[in-house]
Design a protein around this ligand. Sequence first.
Ligand code: 7TS
Length: 416
Amino acid sequence: MAAQPDACKTLDPRVLRRDFPIFTRTVHEKPLIYLDNAATSQRPQVVIDAITDYYRRYNANVHRAVHTLSHEASVAYEEAHKKAARFVNARSWREIVFTRNATEAINLVAYAWGLYNLQPGDEVLVTIMEHHSNLVPWQMLRELKKIQLTFLDVTDEGRLNLAELPKLLTRRTKLVGIIYASNVLGTINPVGEIIEEAKRVGAVTVIDAAQAAPHIPIDVQALNCDFLAVSGHKMLGPTGIGFLYGRRELLEAMHPFLHGGDMISTVTTESVTFNDLPWKFEAGTPNIAGGIGLGAAIEYLAALGLENVYAHEQKLLEYALDKLLQIDGLEIYGPKDIQDRLAVISFNLQGVHPHDVAGILDEAGIAIRSGHHCAQPLMKRLGMDNTARASFYIYNSEDDVDALVDALKTAQKLFT
Ligand code: 7TS
């Protein structure tokens, strides 16, 4: 299914918004201004249509029956894997395993690779910038396998402290986990460089691309990573679907994650052999509608061009940083220049709790997130408990930034 024609022609947010039915609604009688995209994005009509089309026209289970509906569903579901493979430039669609989300993708690596390949005393290196999704699974293995967990720090400005990397990478480092782009600071990390260093000590690399994939072009071959995790719902796709890219040799050698139907080749009472990739890692009836919906989202984004998406957001980021930095008593966390940075802006308004900021913005129809953003070690490192966070996407415009700035000034007046 192709992206709607309007979307292909331009990346004018006013035009793109027409593709998203949610923008016809109001919140507190104000037009919706959605700035919580780092939590989840909105869905265009083509994605909603792809899901309903499956349920209305060819709803059936995949890989199980010879009847027409099952065949059509199987082809569409497999096709979605191919779209995801093209999206991250994987060598083969068999390197794409559909999961519920990025969290499950990383857990798959922890259970199916980590549990079998890590030994007591081995080290897993992550950054202090990680979302809990790329931290807690390794903490689980620290308990189970008695491994060491080491951390690459950030600078006070919120970029990774690469100078520390050589001494953290040792011959005991077996796995390196890196957040591609921070959901708190917006920082885009030089993952290619870190992967190269990690390879020198023979470590397996896991990239958390939950925030990066919706906004910047990703090429797993150029990155030379072993695993890369993506969530569909942050990139216009449905909830409950994401994927893991895994290097084929590693996936082939790994044990399955979950066990049951569809992931087997043959089963006797005594033994079992496993299915081909990627089905070996997709046990049970998968999220067929979600996978097909994700395929439509990928097509929509690909038609826009990820370079254009990033360029649009860079312009918006520059405009927003400029306007927000002019507000007295507003502190912005993370890099202040737009270089290698997403349009994710965490901030605090002096004297106003972030939850109160979010509440007042909601009155104005503006959705932002407040809290610790599931990155508590990073928050602690930077000396903060909670922040407000505005995160932008393709349908946001400079008008949205102006509305945000006005509402923040209102909040300031109310509380001071
Ligand atoms: N990794 C990063 C970098 C994230 O930002 C998130 C979600 C995840 C992993 C987990 O994604 P999931 O789809 O598996 O839940 N981040 C956020 C956020 O910043 N606000 O809400 C969710």
